[in-house]
Design a protein around this ligand. Structure first.
Ligand code: FE2
Length: 305
């Protein structure tokens, strides 16, 4: 630095000073995260010639995101999902061997502690939830061996497009449950055919989608977290291969390997499960787990409205 009073402070000087301020951070990982965050944040401002008005707008958006977030509504996860960050972090965290079931976003509607249900049991607690779906398959390892005692933690929406957690009056255990594979690695349960739904769009994320000409829709899917001792936990979806929005999921979560056919079945079909009446569908879906340590408990993102 020169000693004369004529030297001007440049934007690059400001960035360098902010980055250097973390040099004494004792935690090397934290130091790297903070310095990289500053570097990219400053580059964003420089690249876009960010105005003071736009900067104030950004602060207002973050403030509104905090204001609308509570134990049932997680707007920060929505931002992460709608900007593709959730899928990117997921992809970086889960490099899987060929054949293993691919992961996708957890989403904001997971509620831990679903009831443990029997093989073939229905997770439909409320009537009128949609077209009954017999969901069945096997949990396998990458060599094709069947895994007994694997747990499938399942949740989905109903024909009203909503997850139970989105409706305060809903039966708490509606359309969610945990199922264990039998000794032959098979599982089965009664669900309903899921439908496309918009992510909650009455907050800051929804305003961003509207302002940028994006839609809030996700294609129809059922969520699953599958766990077994000695295997990596996989958080994934099964997508309806005929759903709208598969090619433009607003959270970028569709992977072609996760598409499955819901087969339409007649009321007279001899395979109709007990307790199912009228038209129904069936869905076959094998899950393949990669060997490894359990991925750990899913971090509860909180309930969302
Ligand atoms: Fe979902």
């Amino acid at each position: 630095m020169t000693a004369t009073g004529s030297s001007r402070t440049t934007p690059a000087d400001i960035t360098a000073a902010a980055i250097a301020s973390f040099e004494s951070c004792a935690d090397p990982r934290l130091r790297r995260l903070m310095q990289s965050l500053v570097r990219h944040l400053h580059a964003f401002a420089v690249e876009t010639s960010l105005t003071e008005g736009e900067w104030r707008e950004l602060i207002a958006v973050l403030t509104a995101t905090g204001d609308i977030t509570d134990e049932r509504r997680q707007e920060f996860i929505l931002w992460s999902d709608a900007l593709g960050l959730s899928m990117l972090v997921d992809a970086l965290a889960h490099e899987l061997p060929p054949g293993a079931t691919e992961s996708t976003v957890l989403g904001p509607f997971y509620v831990p502690g679903s009831p443990l249900r029997e093989y073939g049991e229905s997770m439909v607690v409320e009537s009128g939830a949609g077209i009954p779906a017999w969901v069945y398959g096997r949990v396998l390892d990458t060599d094709g061996a069947r895994i007994a005692g694997a747990e499938l933690d399942v949740w989905q929406n109903g024909a009203d497009m909503l997850y139970a957690v989105q409706r305060p009056e809903a039966e708490e255990d509606h359309l969610r449950g945990r199922y264990l594979t039998r000794d032959d690695g098979t599982y089965a349960f009664i669900a309903v055919r899921p439908v496309p739904y918009p992510i909650p769009d009455d907050g800051p994320v929804g305003r961003m989608l509207a302002a940028t000409g994006r839609h809030p829709w996700r294609p129809a899917h059922i969520h699953m977290i599958v766990r077994a001792p000695g295997y990596k936990t996989v958080t994934t979806h099964v997508f309806d291969a005929t759903s709208r929005y598969l090619d433009r999921d607003t959270v970028f979560a569709v992977k072609p390997s996760l598409l499955r056919d819901f087969v339409e079945r007649s009321p007279e079909d001899p395979e109709r499960p007990a307790g199912v009446e009228g038209e129904w569908v069936s869905l076959e879906n094998d899950i393949v787990l990669a060997p490894g340590e359990d991925g750990g408990a899913v971090v509860d993102p909180g309930r969302t409205a």
